[in-house]
Design a binder for this molecule. Structure first.
Ligand code: UT7
Length: 350
């Protein structure tokens, strides 16, 4: 699609809970083992939000980190889009909470939900506003605290997820660096990955708070696995075609971090060498809408992604939804930081 104005990513940031929960910690909760989790998923540990840490707080931390990276003033931001399935409350939106907290006085703000693909959808939405000339600067955040919606006695799901937030700053530019996007959905597969009893269809909605409780994430893991290994290559190929480049021109594949086996299988199907894969699933688990920006944030800090790299950001998840964005990374960290990650760790208390 041709836009009247170009867009580029000028900053990336992260907001992470402090507590690290290892596979060994989970061995104490459910009938599982570090060996099973590592072999089947590639995950060793994940961050889990404490009772005091909220979705909006993680989103605000990621926003501030990305603002610092890009060197912009919060008042430059004209649009805030937050992708989340796990907001603090139904409203006010997480985006409005971020807007107020960071002092983005000129910004419009709203949330959108496309589960783990949310950040790709949110980038595409922000690009539309910038491409049309409506706004010049956008803050796009993917954030989730899935741990609050997990059944901690279900070994099929509780070992997979982590919590976190990742943010991008997008700016209007003459030379477009957001080269192509592709978004798809298939609502007939919604039941394969869902969190029932959390919305207005919830039959106990009128019950007095102490008795009311919400539902937990339910998933057909095998079906989602099979969907993902096809959806990722489809989305990357289609977004590359939209960008007018071939898959071989992609320097880095930055997929939704759900399972290392899904990531490797998709890369093989695309004919991509292992060195092109960006992954932090081992240390973060599946952070849902946050996983792509968090993986990119770490890869930039570690020097894996360099200026001029062409990156394929590709997501899949509940809805079902899937999609990809081809982004040329040309930004420079305005803080000129070294490689330390501001990620104070605490031991899990399980
Ligand atoms: O954002 C998208 C979110 N979801 C996903 O991306 C999930 C996609 N799916 C997957 O990643 C994989 O399907 C899983 C990691 C969830 C499961 O791996 P799998 O290789 O598909 O295993 P499976 O479900 O076929 O289960 C194999 C066995 C079963 O035992 P039996 O029936 O063969 O005796 C499970 O009960 O492994 C058992 N199992 C476990 N064992 C130890 C399932 N979970 C665990 C566990 N620890 N945590």
């Amino acid at each position: 699609m041709k836009f009247a104005h170009g867009a580029r990513v000028i900053g990336v940031g992260a907001g992470l809970p402090q507590v690290v929960v290892t596979n060994f910690d989970l061995e104490k909760l459910v009938d599982t083992s570090d060996e099973w989790i590592k072999t089947r998923t590639g995950i060793s540990e994940r961050r889990i939000a404490s009772d005091e840490e909220t979705t909006s707080q993680l989103a605000i931390a990621a926003a501030q980190d990305a603002i610092g990276f890009s060197g912009i003033n919060p008042e430059d931001i004209e649009l805030i889009v937050v992708a989340t399935s796990t907001p603090d409350n139904l409203y006010p939106s997480t985006a409005c909470m971020v807007q107020g907290a960071i002092g983005a006085k000129r910004a419009a703000a709203f949330d959108m939900e496309a589960a783990c693909t949310g950040i790709v959808y949110a980038l595409a939405v922000a690009q539309q506003f910038i491409g049309s000339g409506t706004f010049k600067c956008a803050l796009v955040i993917g954030v989730d605290i899935h741990s609050r919606f997990l059944n901690w006695s279900d070994r099929n799901t509780c070992i997979l997820f982590g919590d976190g937030a990742g943010a991008f700053i997008l700016q209007a530019t003459e030379k477009n660096e957001m080269l192509g996007t592709y978004l798809r959905a298939d609502g007939t597969g919604g039941h394969l990955l869902h969190i029932p009893n959390t919305g207005s269809a919830y039959p106990h909605a009128g019950v007095t708070p102490p008795q009311a409780t919400h539902g937990f994430l339910e998933m057909n893991g095998r079906a989602i696995y099979e969907f993902a290994v096809n959806a990722v290559p489809e989305a990357v190929r289609a977004a590359c075609a939209e960008a007018g480049i071939s898959v071989e021109d992609v320097d880095f594949l930055i997929p939704h971090q759900a399972n290392m086996r899904i990531i490797k299988s998709a890369a093989e199907r695309l004919g991509m060498a292992a060195e092109k894969i960006v992954s932090n699933v081992g240390e973060m688990g599946n952070t849902s809408a946050a996983s792509i920006p968090l993986a990119m944030w770490q890869a930039i800090r570690r020097g894996q992604i360099k200026e001029g790299s062409t990156c394929a950001l590709v997501g899949f998840g509940g809805g079902l939804t899937w999609g990809a964005a081809i982004v040329k990374w040309t930004a420079v960290d305005q803080r000129q930081t070294n490689a330390d990650e501001k990620t104070t760790k605490k031991e899990a208390k399980i």
